[in-house]
Ligand binder design. Sequence first.
Ligand code: BDR
Ligand code: CA
Length: 313
Amino acid sequence: MQPKKIIIDTDPGQDDAVAILLALASPAEIDLLGITCVAGNVPLDLTTRNARIVCELAGETDVKIYAGCDRPLGRDLVTAEHVHGKTGLDGPDLPEPTMSLQDGHAVDFIIEQLREYAPGTVTLCPLGPLTNIATAFEKAPDIVPRVAKIVLMGGGYFEGGNITPAAEFNIYVDPQAADIVFRSGAPIVVMPLDVTHKALVTKSRNDAFRDLGTPVGIAVAQMTDFFERFDKEKYGSEGAPLHDPCVTAYLINPDLFTGRHINVEIETQSELTMGMTVADWWRVSGREPNATFMGDIDADGFFDLLTERLVRL
Ligand code: BDR
Ligand code: CA
């Protein structure tokens, strides 16, 4: 089978970094057309820096990396240094990047790629706020029916929110953009907190990364060492949830995940529940399904895949 052509849209972020590394380690399944950066966990100048650091860590300096939107569509930017540290990629001591960003805007790159390749062949993989994707859809509506699939990390339903009681960070930061994407008609697969909070980096799983003994394995272990302190304190869990790699793992082995094709709508009005993903899990609304909302993960299979792949870099 041909590898899937994908664009990773991201705000790295330690877990974004692991998602990117998993994609780079899997060329038989994934053809990474480029990485588009957005403001989210940290401001845009840092997410573009971090994306380049991650590619250089993997020795993949030919990856095309673009800067995108530096703020949400209609709100002030909310960032998450309290989780990811001042740089967004705190933990390992990695060199400043030397590879350059591509000229041009991330949004234009997304539009160009979707127009260049045959309809139904390019998958979008958003790992941060949906600002770049929504802006591309608004600017060039002709690309929407050309999207093969959008596989995104965002939202939560049974698990509630992580930035407010009702909302998950990526959707909360730009609910207007999320609303545009969820109403777009493009096929969507969602990795919500309901799934990612089951993908916990326990001590033995992190030791397995470290024991790879490679620069990538050691850096990944140091990244999760850093951001697990936050989730352990907050949830009393065994380790940090590895949210974003669920997206790239799904592209490699969708059977690791189970979910339901249901209607998902985004709250954009109420300050109390702003950014909530109202997921009709029990199919009580009568509204048309617009997304496959995942609910469960084979966590051991997921971590086996990660360690098996990361050692290749
Ligand atoms: C999401 O928010 C970010 O902090 C993570 O990188 C992930 O994409 C989890 O809510
Ligand atoms: Ca992210």
